[in-house]
Design a binder for this molecule. Structure first.
Ligand code: GDP
Ligand code: MG
Length: 442
């Protein structure tokens, strides 16, 4: 697998302090092949590799990373940037009804997606939704939407196959206005391939409706072909977003990259099943993992990067050493830091044998659970209480226990543990901590 091949290359790249043309070559070749195998379009792959190279070459490698790991990190971040850094929401800020126009080839999943988005808006955004079909070419299409609307729990505006799509659209808008719908979703006809009559029709519909969202629906299984389709639709319509369907199939999702690169528009949703619940908001990082299939290595890199989160660690360490000023806020920070590094058990694995001692898996489990509970209790405290735990008397203890959903004696236990820890720290000799931190870095 790619993950294994990359892991091998990462190993052979060890010991160099800088990323160079030579030491990045082999890995970039693997990445290129992997992207093509994931069905990303060739011009998109070319641009991408060029971009990564530009970012990588000459870059110094952080001490705690190997050059190979550093490069994987760069590739992963560049991939997320290209797919679209953050999650994009639907824009429904318009005078109601906010109109959503669906565009895409036949079979892309438009009608299904109308139902999915309708259900999502109804249930998660408390919107009153009306849907209408302008697909007058296949009589079954209108009936299909009626069924889907029923399943989604949204209102359906009936249309007739002998009507003009623009007339249907106008009538639906009127109806939505008069019946106080927040959102009108307009389903349209697709063709099997790009065809001018279809493009003219959807353009006309767009001009008639002036929708706030024009979503391009595309099948992830389309692979390389997705590029041409995306190009044709984005040249015809001012798209506002993309819905990538059928990601529950075995497609690697390369279409996501191509479509984003061609249209420049964010992927707003992904379809992950035939059922109306099969809709997800889009997560660029998950998609990046899916496309390159290098989740394991990325996790490793992220862990290494968390390791160099040394500013916070250093500050903590100095407080730790003196024992002075170490309050529950620091304690909380320490717990989160530990979580970032993969939790207690993963830290323990890196400890020398004599420190690991006889801790069993059950011990570790229990310790992790305790840590989570402590975190919950500290979260329920005010900043002032965290800074001065001695403020916490009976009434405050009860309030904190209620807030954290635990019994009062657990709050007591935490406070005891904390004060023990403080006194241990005060006794701890200089250098003792540094030794422990070195051991933790492994
Ligand atoms: P339209 O022609 O663009 O309206 O496409 P449809 O909504 O009729 O969908 C075409 C086919 O794809 C139907 O069989 C749908 O059930 C199926 N489909 C749509 N979205 C998804 C999805 O996200 N996952 C899966 N597995 N099937 C989907
Ligand atoms: Mg349809």
């Amino acid at each position: 697998s790619l993950s294994q091949r990359l892991a091998r290359i990462v190993k052979t790249m060890r010991g160099e302090a800088r990323l160079t043309e030579t030491n990045t070559q082999e890995m970039l070749r693997e990445i290129r092949i992997a992207l093509l195998e994931a069905d990303v379009a060739l011009p998109v792959v070319r641009d991408f590799i060029a971009q990564v190279k530009e970012k990588a070459l000459g870059q110094e490698v952080l001490q705690s990373l190997s050059p190979g790991q550093a490069l994987v990190g760069i590739v992963h971040n560049a991939l997320i940037d290209l797919i679209g850094g953050e999650t994009a929401e639907l824009d429904l800020a318009s005078k109601p009804p906010a109109i959503i126009l669906m565009a895409g080839l036949q079979g892309a999943g438009k009608t299904t997606t109308v139902g999915k988005i309708g259900k999502w808006l109804t249930e998660n955004r408390r919107k009153k939704v009306l849907v209408v079909s302008c697909d007058v070419y296949r009589p079954a299409a209108i009936e299909q939407l009626r069924t889907v609307a029923g399943q989604a729990g949204v209102d359906f505006f009936p249309s007739q196959p002998d009507q003009k799509p623009t007339d249907i659209a106008r009538a639906a808008v009127e109806w939505a206005k008069n019946h106080y719908h927040d959102v009108l979703i307009v389903d349209t006809a697709g063709r099997l391939g790009i065809d001018q009559a279809m493009m003219d029709e959807i353009r006309l519909l767009h001009d008639t409706l002036n929708p706030v969202e024009t979503l391009f629906v595309v099948d992830a299984m389309q692979g390389q072909d997705a590029v041409n389709t995306a190009k044709a639709f984005s040249e015809t319509l001012p798209l506002t977003g993309v819905v990538l369907t059928k990601l529950d199939g075995d497609s690697r999702g390369g279409a996501a990259l191509s479509v984003k690169a061609i249209t420049g528009k964010p992927i707003k949703f992904v379809g992950v099943g035939e059922k109306l619940t099969g809709l997800d908001v889009f997560h660029p990082d998950r998609m990046a993992n899916r496309i390159l299939g290098m989740g394991d290595i990325v996790a490793l890199v992220e862990q290494a990067q968390a390791n160099v989160d040394h500013e916070a660690a250093a500050e903590l360490a100095s407080k730790f050493k003196s024992g002075a000023g170490f309050d529950l806020n620091d304690f909380l920070a320490q717990i989160s830091q530990m979580k970032k590094l993969g939790g207690l058990s993963s830290l323990m694995e890196k400890m020398p044998a004599e420190i690991q001692g006889k801790a069993t898996a059950q011990d570790m489990d229990k310790a992790e659970r305790d840590m989570r509970r402590m975190q919950g209790i500290i979260h329920a405290m005010t900043p002032a209480e965290r800074h001065k735990p001695e403020l916490i008397k009976a009434a405050r203890k009860r309030r904190i226990a209620t807030g954290a959903g635990v019994a009062v004696h657990e709050v007591n236990r935490l406070l005891n543990q904390f004060s023990q820890m403080q006194s241990v720290m005060k006794k701890m000799q200089k250098g003792g901590l540094a030794k422990m931190m070195r051991a933790m870095k492994g």
